[in-house]
Design a protein around this ligand. Structure first.
Ligand code: TRP
Length: 332
């Protein structure tokens, strides 16, 4: 039997090129060697998105993005967190073995407390219980699927360790019930550069949306920061444009592009070439994306079918936990 990995993604915005190369593509790669579950962490997103319309829209768009990028729902169990109610019941059970101090030490919460303190605010200013308990819900997500590996970026490493700690607290009190998960930290896929040469990130406002329309893509590429060298002057082959070009081109094409820059290719021309290269890569996926976004019923059907498969696993685990703590086993 293949080992199981799970990935949760929060529907809190539109996917950009950094997300594609840093998260989506590696997940799809990994699914070739592991039994893979991917879910939309919509209940985790509740802490960031307070408009129902937005949450619905982002969820549909995120699901459509994964499907358009090649997620095959026959091979990957693809579903929405909120469609697996067992998770939220397990969340409660786990709350009872989770020391409050463990939550106090979670990075996201700690960062807010520290900021509040330095501003002379009440330490819990702006903190709700959803934020505070976020790591317990994430532990429920992970433990309920008997997960072996959780592929995450460094920012989520602590959350995975907390999930493992909680599993150990539970197992110690009630006997072996949960599998101990491990974070699999993605060897930084090589950071994807943004428009200004820094890491592509929503917080720097330097992203290129993966499935924007062609015109917007062209306009965004035109915003890539370059130096003031004129056409004919040799350019730095290690510039942002070349780094982005590399992601979408073959090795030879990328080499040629760099040579062209060194021998004086103008920035305007280079941007046109980058647009053509990116667009030809993205276009077929964008067509699928647009198709899914305009067929929400189809996406819903896929997610419901995925939730059914996920619940088969979740029910069995939850039953083990229910029995372990002394409440009745449920029909499964
Ligand atoms: N906390 C994760 C993030 O912000 C999302 C997430 C929720 C998750 N549940 C998970 C990731 C379970 C992996 C496993 O990116």
């Amino acid at each position: 039997m293949k080992e199981r990995v799970i990935t949760g993604v929060k529907p809190t915005g539109l996917v950009h090129i950094g997300n594609y190369f840093g998260a989506i593509k590696p997940t799809l790669e990994m699914s070739k060697s592991f039994e893979t579950l991917v879910f939309l962490a919509d209940y985790h997103a509740l802490n960031f998105i307070t408009s129902a319309k937005e949450l619905r829209e982002f969820s549909l768009r995120l699901a459509s993005t994964y499907l358009a990028c090649g997620l095959d729902p026959e091979k990957i169990v693809f579903f929405r967190q909120s469609d697996v109610p067992e998770t939220f019941e397990l969340n409660w059970i786990l709350s009872n073995v989770t020391p409050k101090g463990l939550m106090n030490r979670a990075h996201a919460y700690k960062a807010i407390v520290e900021a509040n303190e330095s501003e002379g605010q009440d330490r819990d200013h702006g903190v709700n219980m959803g934020l505070y308990n976020y790591p317990i819900l994430m532990a429920a997500d992970i433990l309920i699927y008997d997960t072996k590996y959780v592929p995450v970026g460094l920012d989520q490493k602590q959350h995975c360790e907390i999930a493992r700690d909680i599993a150990q607290y539970f197992n110690k009190r009630y006997g072996e019930t949960f599998m101990l998960p491990e974070a699999k930290i993605s060897e930084s896929v090589g950071t994807i550069v943004g428009l200004d040469g820094r890491k592509m990130s929503k917080s720097y406002n330097n992203t290129i949306e993966l499935f924007c329309d062609e015109k917007t893509l062209q306009k965004t590429i035109n915003k890539i920061v370059t130096d003031s060298r004129t056409p004919g002057e040799p350019k730095d082959a290690d510039c942002t444009l070349a780094k982005l070009y590399e992601l979408f081109a073959t090795k030879d094409e990328a080499q040629d592009f760099k040579e062209d820059l060194k021998s004086g290719l103008g920035w305007g021309e280079a941007k046109k070439m980058l647009f053509e290269k990116m667009n030809s890569f993205i276009k077929p996926m964008r067509e699928k994306y647009d198709y899914y976004v305009s067929n929400p019923d189809l996406v819903e059907k896929i997610l419901q079918a995925g939730a059914e498969k996920a619940r088969l696993i979740a029910r069995a685990t939850l039953n083990r936990a229910r029995q372990a703590v002394g409440v009745n086993k449920k029909e499964s």
